[in-house]
Design a protein around this ligand. Sequence first.
Ligand code: UDX
Length: 462
Amino acid sequence: MSKTISIVGTGYVGLTTAAILSNIGYKVYTIDVDQKKIDTIKSGKSFFYEDGLDDFVKKGIDSGNLIPTLSYEESIPTSDIVFSCVGTPDREDGSPNLDYIFSAAQSVAQYAKQNIIFVQKSTVPVGTGRKVIEFIKNKNHDLQFSYISNPEFLAEGSAVFDTLNIDRLVIGGDNTEALEEVQKVFETVDTFVKSLDTTKFAGYAAFYKSGKEVINSTPFIERVIRTNLESAELIKVTANAFLALKISFANSIAKLCDETNADVNEVMHGVGADHRIGKAFLYAGLGWGGGCFPKDVSGLVNVAKNYDIEMDIMNAAVDANDSMIDYMIHKMESLLGNLEGKKIAVLGLSFKPGTSDVRKSQSIKLANKLVYKKAHLSAFDPQAMEEAQKTLDVSVSLKENINDTIKDADAVIIATEWKEFLNYNWSDAKSLMSGKLIVDARNRLNKKELKNLGFDYIGIGR
Ligand code: UDX
């Protein structure tokens, strides 16, 4: 545990990893170029919302183990392991911008001590690792270092839970000793979670499903997947692309359900019961967004193109996803007629519940398209109001709670399935709204109940 670790980039992956490792007892520098982010972390808080994270950040800061810094000079030279958790935003052509990857590599080349292990957690196109190795070698001929690809699978909204509860550890590289060292770090995470009193932990709800604690009981070693460098790089994007594909497939079937009186929730329940398929990621709805799926899918299409391979199947998944916004609007028009002047309340702006992240949010795309159709919009999100304002049309009237948002509305759209909306007492809405249309864009409400209350109901495929 005497290891010192530097984490370059303090986003969802970087800060969550840093906070947890610091709670285990590692000395962890968390590095970012953004002074505001560093100051917020220094004050013992995360700068984004994630269940349970503040607790770990605060304990890390209070113990002195978590050290936020802007300085590579302060952090890298004493570190045994450097994790790169920087962003790889996509460019116009769909290829990821790797500038931050190479600036993290530059910091290693410039400041690292001998035998440093450089771990790539950022999602990069297959083949990047070899280029990074060459880059560091060219910048510093004398440095002995190992490079490992360790893709991250945490999902937003359950980042702390996913980081603690390792379902698989993928590590790829050529140096067995270095792979061993990185594996040991994550083994301490696994030991730590088992010692944690999850009932006293702020994000403890995540550890319970239907009253049952869900800590992975498979022996840690059986969850470790060691591969070569390129395989590890490809596993991450392939997994995300496949999940996106599953959702787009469910959405295509949902359209057929709409035409045939089948209910897509029932269909996918039956289909997912086949253990070869599985139920996860078959929820039809407004489609997928976020900081990963859109970027990873376009990244995969793009890298394949470099080898003259057309990923038609992924292009089709993207088209199916894009089509969901107009599909939803079309369904609304079929009940409300022309949307011009209609008052529409949008509940949920983040790309999924449990996060303040609005990147590539389908909810925001839908809201902005409704504004374009000249509807009058009000909107509310439990966590994402501040972030949403950056991309949401300025004409959208932002409210502070559900009741204010749906007041006088002709239609209410549940665009993101926050539990606040699913648990809302819809009989209250009746007297507040001026119309009676509920648009369940995530298929999570009780259709029968709403109809019994006198609402018109639109879902996707049900
Ligand atoms: C994803 C991967 O799940 C995670 O393993 C990886 O590390 C990062 O990318 P994330 O982007 O946080 O995580 O969100 P995820 O929960 O996967 O959802 C992605 C999008 O798919 C959301 O917009 C969500 O609303 C949508 N979705 C998900 C569906 O529409 N239907 C589903 O059945 C599941």
